[in-house]
Design a protein around this ligand. Structure first.
Ligand code: HEC
Length: 217
């Protein structure tokens, strides 16, 4: 019970954080369109009310969304860059937590300790009150990635915030509660883009619930 309520708190916290960053993005988009509408030589606003979303190739739209919604931040393993700062290793683009990188058990932290979650140097594995979560392979590899997923499964998964759209809740730090608010068209565009990226064979480890916690959900 204790675990369940503290993980819930976390899911809510991430929802808020995620929503704020999404709001910031949407805010920017609106500002841009407002600015161009105020420009003296601006063309009349498009009749189509899908503001900030011109009719666009879904794959291009999907690429844009994957970039600005930072999917690479967690689903692409980080390496140390030439400037001494960690950066996503794009040769492993969106392939998830590296299967050959076995993580030791996470540090034990008291439930009310001021620091209570953390992540791997690759930024693909995370621990907290929800257990240990690993970013999955989003490339179209048939076995370890999204190769066998249908568009419907993908949309349902993100919209429900549940593993495969039906099972356990998707754990933090995946901002699934924020992403739930995406339109079907945007989710379909993301899926269309993910189908076009190079498939990489890499089986991310399964989620590990907190010790002693019920696994259902
Ligand atoms: C802050 C880190 C983070 C970001 C950003 C992120 N993810 Fe995730 N994602 C994760 C983690 C961790 C998991 C595994 C969660 C689990 O096992 O419950 C995951 C799981 C998933 C899953 C699997 C859901 C399932 O059925 O289990 C999909 C699909 C996914 N992410 C897509 C995306 C897409 C698309 C984006 C960008 C729009 C994205 N993620 C951005 C961390 C992130």
């Amino acid at each position: 019970m204790k675990h369940a309520s503290s993980s819930l708190k976390f899911v809510q916290w991430f929802a808020v954080a995620g929503t704020l960053s999404l709001a910031a993005l949407v805010g920017c988009q609106n500002k841009e369109s407002a600015d161009s509408a105020n420009a003296p030589d601006a063309a009349p606003p498009p009749v189509d009310s899908t503001a900030g979303k011109p009719a666009e190739d879904p794959v291009a739209r999907g690429k844009y969304l994957v970039t600005v919604l930072a999917c690479n931040d967690c689903h692409t393993p980080f390496k140390m860059g030439e400037k001494g700062e960690p950066e996503p290793d794009m040769s492993k683009m969106l392939s998830g937590h590296p299967e050959n990188l076995k993580m030791p058990p996470p540090p034990a932290l008291a439930p009310d300790a001021p620091w209570n979650w953390g992540g791997a140097a690759t930024n693909t594995a995370f621990f907290g009150p929800w257990g240990v979560s690993y970013a999955i392979n989003l490339t179209p590899d048939e076995v370890s990635g999204l190769g066998k997923w249908t568009e419907e499964m993908f949309v349902k998964t993100i919209k429900s915030g549940q593993h495969f759209g039906a099972a356990r809740p998707i754990m933090p730090p995946m901002p699934s509660i924020a992403y739930k608010e995406m339109t079907d068209d945007d989710l379909k565009a993301i899926f269309a883009f993910l189908k076009t990226i190079p498939p990489i064979k890499n089986q991310a480890p399964p989620y590990e619930p907190p010790k002693g916690a019920p696994t259902g959900g």
